[in-house]
Design a protein around this ligand. Structure first.
Ligand SMILES: [Mn+2]
Length: 311
């Protein structure tokens, strides 16, 4: 049966995998996908991956093999995660021959498992990068939206002229998006890493690692997140150190189309972040859960449609 003939009863959206092929296989089985000749398929549904296939986990090659085979067979779609964006920048160079993503000790550490498992510079490594380059930054489908970290109209508008007809970032755009101060850089930061807001002049806090922070990450999916204090993410109970004054920019998602994303390393048992915005990253790479949402056309998302497996 060809892709077009297959009855489509909906999409199964899957959160950040980070090289954990075991949980991915268990989740696929749980959702009724069966493997035939190396390709997992569902008789009536398609999978959508929200990105961050790589870094950290023990079986990054197997995760990519499974996801890529599904995408190429029409059994799945995927968007680009910040870790795949980083992987592209690790090998891509600017006009002067410098790597777009600095090969600093911190960046090298974050990417080390990937480079080890794929053997840096090998044919497998190059093939992985070229697949990452073929992933769109977002998907705006009838009835639902998918992006790795944040759905943000102004950033989409800024990036659109720099995307090809598939929605993938072009060579020129990749270079621009690594240049601080450009609209492309700001847009990619928000779409793939989520919005941040600088605190008012003179105000800072110390994060749980003791680092001085002058900006906060924002719960853009939360309708009540209108002040620094109510909108800040990962404050670990120190929200009261932040001012309760209004945020200068509003990143909240007001769309009626549900948006699915990952990125935020949420803890605990998977549950909905909002009725129109579902984060699916429940930290499988930190002994949490690999989560999926079974979407069948509804506008108001429901907790009962979340399916997950423990790491
Ligand atoms: Mn991630």
């Amino acid at each position: 049966m060809s892709d077009l003939q297959r009855p489509n009863q909906g999409y199964d959206l899957v959160g950040d995998i980070h090289g954990h092929a075991g949980p991915l296989r268990r989740l696929l089985a749980e959702l009724g996908y069966t493997e035939v000749e190396g390709i997992f398929r569902h008789p009536a549904r398609q999978m959508i991956f929200v990105g961050d296939f790589i870094d950290r986990g023990p079986q990054q090659r197997e995760v990519l093999r499974i996801a890529r085979a599904m995408c190429e067979a029409g059994a799945a779609k995927a968007v680009l995660g910040n870790h795949e964006f980083n992987a592209i920048g690790w090998v891509a160079q600017n006009e002067d021959g410098d790597f777009l993503r600095e090969h600093s000790p911190k960046n090298a550490h974050q990417h080390a498992e990937f480079l080890l498992q794929f053997k840096e510079g090998s044919a497998a490594h190059k093939e992985a990068i070229s697949w990452f380059r073929s992933l769109p930054i977002w998907l705006d489908l009838p009835g639902l939206r998918v992006v790795h970290a944040c759905w943000h109209e102004a950033s989409r508008v800024d990036l659109m002229p720099l995307l090809d007809e598939r929605g993938c970032i072009t060579e020129t755009a990749i270079r621009q998006s690594y240049r601080r101060g450009t609209a492309a850089h700001a847009a990619v930061e928000i779409l793939l890493k989520g919005p941040e807001q600088r605190l008012p002049e003179g105000i800072h806090f110390f994060d749980k690692d003791g680092h001085k922070r002058e900006e906060v990450r924002l719960r853009w999916w939360d309708d009540a997140a209108t002040t620094f204090r109510s909108a800040a993410l990962s404050m670990d109970g120190r929200e009261n150190e932040l001012p309760d004054s209004a945020l200068p920019r509003d990143f909240r998602y007001a769309g009626n189309k549900p948006v699915f994303f990952g990125h935020y390393w949420l803890q605990g048992c998977p549950q909905l972040t909002a009725r129109n915005a579902a984060c699916l990253d429940f930290s499988v790479a930190k002994k949490g859960h690999l989560a999926a949402y079974r979407w069948s056309g509804e506008t108001n998302l429901l907790n009962e449609n979340l399916v997950s497996v423990a790491a």
